[in-house]
Design a protein around this ligand. Structure first.
Ligand code: BES
Ligand code: MN
Ligand code: ZN
Length: 483
């Protein structure tokens, strides 16, 4: 879909529908848009439409203007306006118009500008909302929007903002596709190929094989892959856009989590294809960063494996040794995420990173605590945590900090090894993070548990059901501020 900024009047814009955003009960700015349009909209505004958040009304337009139809969209109360509300309105309006079969759309920016909001935020919601997962269905209805015109003065700021949201939305959609793809078509090898497809001059991709991981002593990671015939792939990415020490991004990449010998219940197990969401998000981040050529240095680590049962699978009680020499007693083979991330952290440290951030669908307890509304965040570095909080507020990819109390160390004490991989039912969200903390040590590190937010059960204005791609916008905004 194309987005054009055109220096013309909105009523001279030939299109299937012109979007007019409104705040609640406020008609003011459309008084001088053109007499027939203004008259029509004024009439509707008293009864049919009020401007409530995400309220929509599509009407045929007056004879004397170029747009065929007008879509009124509500932004909610004027003094409660936020970029998130604008983004949601953008998603709601675009999806509504697409479903009505509209192809060419225009967006009036007069109300948005008066609210000091950017049409780019509205368009971000539209691009994210219009996503559909098409891999396995015949294209029956051809309902797609072809173009969006923003009638506005062409400015560098607006052009740059549109470029930014277009690049990011395309990365989010790339990532959603990877996550939505079921595990028979998204094995560790497929994920490695997806990573390799991103290779370009500023982005290096390398895939370590099982024998490489063995040589490196990644016993924790390899124990997870043992029950599957699919070979594990330890995927590495390097982006160089600056001179300083890199930021390491680790994404949990379990392409299917059956639980292993500690088998999960059948109900809902099909969703465990999204256990590689963290890895897919890291790929999305690299895609966007390399396209935007951001002045940062990144290392990406995706420890990809399938957690299955079989004659060679790891068993409860097994003891394995991680890359840093620590021995780990596997109490529950379903706590596999922390095992693969532990070795990924150990490996990432070799790059002498300024900080490590891991993104993972790590615990069911994450959704129990926060529902589908926030990422659980834990870390050992106040400054980094605060930066991520700021970015979360901006992008509405919200985070909620959970503690890493010293006492949790006790929960993970093993009788026969340095540490065990579960700390019991109580505090399972925080002890999973504490386990990782034991591997991060002194290196500034933050863990983001996206188990509750990576998958959307009930669609939201700019998030269709399925993979959300959460984490990309959060991290990109953070990286933008870091430069
Ligand atoms: N991948 C799961 C966590 C998960 C559950 C993600 C539901 C998304 C939705 C993870 O590997 C897991 O199984 N965690 C266990 C840990 C437990 C055995 C300590 C859990 O949370 O139940
Ligand atoms: Mn598991
Ligand atoms: Zn898992």
């Amino acid at each position: 879909m194309n987005i054009y900024i055109k220096n013309i009047k909105e009523l001279n814009c030939a299109c299937d529908a012109l979007i007019l955003p409104f705040t609640e009960g406020d008609f003011g700015l459309y008084n001088n848009i053109g007499s027939t349009t203004s008259g029509l909209v004024k009439k509707l505004f008293s009864k049919e439409f009020h401007g409530k958040q995400n309220e929509v009304l599509l009407v045929p337009s007056p004879e004397d203007i170029k747009p065929e139809r007008i879509l009124l969209i509500g932004l909610g109360k004027k003094d409660e306006i936020s970029t998130e509300k604008v983004r949601q309105a953008g998603g709601k309006a675009a999806v509504y118009l697409r479903d009505m079969g509209m192809k060419k759309i225009a967006l009036s920016s007069r109300v948005l500008s008066s609210l000091k909001m950017s049409p780019a935020d509205f368009m971000e919601g539209s691009l994210l909302g219009l996503y559909t997962f098409k891999r396995y269905v015949e294209e029956k209805n051809n309902k797609t929007i072809d173009s969006f015109v923003i009638p506005s003065k062409v400015s560098k700021v607006l052009k740059d903002d549109i470029h930014w949201i277009k690049t990011i939305a395309s990365s989010v959609c790339f990532t959603r596709d990877l996550i939505n793809t079921p595990s028979n078509d998204m094995t560790p090898s497929h994920l490695a190929n997806a990573a390799l497809s991103l290779e370009r001059n500023n982005l290096l991709v390398k895939v370590l094989e099982k024998k490489d991981a063995e040589k490196l002593g990644m016993g924790a990671y390899l124990s997870v892959a043992k029950g599957s015939k699919e070979p594990p792939k330890f995927i590495l990415l390097e982006y160089k856009g600056a001179k300083r020490a890199p930021l390491a991004l680790i994404g949990k990449s379990i392409t299917f989590d059956s639980g292993g010998i500690s088998l999960k219940p059948a109900e809902g197990m099909e969703k465990m294809k999204y256990d590689m969401a963290g890895g897919a998000v890291v790929l999305g981040i690299f895609k966007a960063v390399s396209e935007l050529k951001l002045p940062v240095n990144l290392v990406g680590v995706l420890p990809a494996a399938e957690n299955l049962i079989g004659g060679f699978a790891a068993k409860p009680g097994d003891v394995v040794r991680a890359i840093n020499g620590k021995s780990v007693e596997i109490i529950n083979t379903d706590a596999e995420g922390r095992l693969v991330i532990a070795d990924a952290i150990g490996y990432a440290k070799r790059f002498k990173p300024q900080a490590i951030i891991d993104i993972a669908t790590l615990t069911g307890a994450c959704s129990i605590a926060l529902g589908n509304e926030a990422i659980a965040m834990m870390g050992n570095n106040r400054e980094l945590i605060n930066k991520i909080k700021k970015s979360a507020d901006k992008t509405y990819e919200r985070v909620w900090e959970m503690p890493l109390f010293d006492e949790y160390k006790e929960y993970l004490k093993s009788d026969i090894a340095d540490i065990k991989n579960t700390g019991g039912k109580n505090g399972s969200l925080v002890t999973s993070a504490y386990f990782l903390y034991e591997f991060a040590g002194e290196v500034p590190w933050v863990h983001l548990d996206i188990a509750g937010t990576a998958w959307i059960e009930k669609e939201k204005p700019y998030m269709p059901k399925g993979a959300s791609g959460i984490g990309i916008r959060l991290m990109l905004n953070l990286l933008k501020e870091l430069k």
